[in-house]
Design a protein. Sequence first.
Length: 89
Amino acid sequence: MITSVESKVKRLIEQNTEIKENLRKYKNEIEELKTSNDQHQKTIKELKERIKLLKIAKSAETKEGAVDAKLKINEMVREIDKCIGLLNR
């Protein structure tokens, strides 16, 4: 009976060690994901700022170029939106 209890205790200790190791790995993974998320948020912010600057720059163009500029900006905005969508996954 004592042998049975000892083996069960050993198994529990092994399981506890394994769980602690998994917990450590998951904590590290969470930190990496947080860092990655922060970088993505920074990229999104920079892209939004670029959009603003492009809109301002293009609004100063002549009327002939304004239509083309608006189309290009809209295309860029769609591309940026796609990128943002991918980053948010």
